[in-house]
Design a protein around this ligand. Sequence first.
Ligand code: C5P
Length: 409
Amino acid sequence: MNIVVGVTGGIAAYKSVQLVRLLIKAGHEVTVVPTEDALRFVGLPTWEAISRNPVTTSVHDDVARVRHVALGQGADLIVVAPATANTIAKMTAGIADNLLGTTLLATEAPVLIAPAMHAEMWRHPSTQANIETLQHRGVRILGPAVGELAGGDSGPGRMVEPEDIADAALALLAPKDLAGLRIAISAGGTREPIDPVRYLGNRSSGRQGVALAAEAAARGAEVTLIAANIAGDVLAGARHPSIRIRQAGTASELALAMADAAETADAMVMAAAVADYRPVEVAHRKLTKESGGIPVIELVENEDIVAGLVRARREGQVIVGFAAETPETAGDEEELLARARRKRQRKGVDLLVVNEVGWERGFEAGENEVMVLGRDGLVTATASGSKRAVAAVVLDALRPLWTAGRTSV
Ligand code: C5P
């Protein structure tokens, strides 16, 4: 697809070099349209080299091909990063005194902007009013992030990181093949309290579940994300108008939240790592060495949430489970598959996503490698790569089950 990246005059312009690289790496054709001021921060040859396309700031170049409107007409998406207060004001007013301005006026493509400026300029009522107007017109505003700014100040005004801008841009280009799907996804790991300060937990970061939520929302689904102890920076990946986040700390809270979501969801994905056991009793005061002897924590089994969802399943509802296996328990690949088949059958899920985990694999990592088992016990898909790429494959496997359910209800 054709993406125009508008770059305006802020120090964050250097970070947009990485943004352009990421968009090209994702297979898109990128044309960079800098403003004159932007070129004071990063020069024209850099933009041409990195985008592999000619770059100009002027409406008077390439007049034969009416470049000043052609770029906007031919764009599938326009990203402005960084977007200065000045350019934001010009966009709001429809001022077209440079190539970026004419391109923005001549387009019907979605527009995403990543503001970057000093905190005072961001907070100024005129900037705030402009942002509100642009939002009303459907422009997607990403950030600004809060943090250190040029000149040593800090506050809201930092451009969002290029990786996050690229994700948001690619999401806008994604096909909306899950529009109408209501999906509930559990993510993270439960913590079963022992006393007010200690718990039994696991290493699940929630990254795979958050990636599933983000991918589903990007493809048009309405998502409820049930988050079990996910760190703020990971959960930030699920910031999207179509994602509703509910917190659930323990297995019992997660069970309640999922049962609640199940009433309206078309599909349920149990990506959370749920503790199989919890302490029979929770001490109301912190256990100390003075309590005497080495404590023995008696455990009781938690309910199998996914099995409960399957029992209460409405017609056409699709249910997906996850199975994390350590290779040591699973033995070889065949044994892993056999265990996964038994698990799928026992749990009664439509799809079981199987991944190998270990000290260095699966948990907390950015990448994952999975096998998706279908109702017939066959491997319907395999995926490896970023958790977002894995999420896309899992949703590809889910989609036909949902549409089949829709036609039979
Ligand atoms: O049996 P195992 O724990 O490997 O199964 C994993 C799958 O079952 C995951 O989808 C997990 O979310 C779900 N699960 C559950 N309730 C439990 C334990 C696991 O729903 N108590």
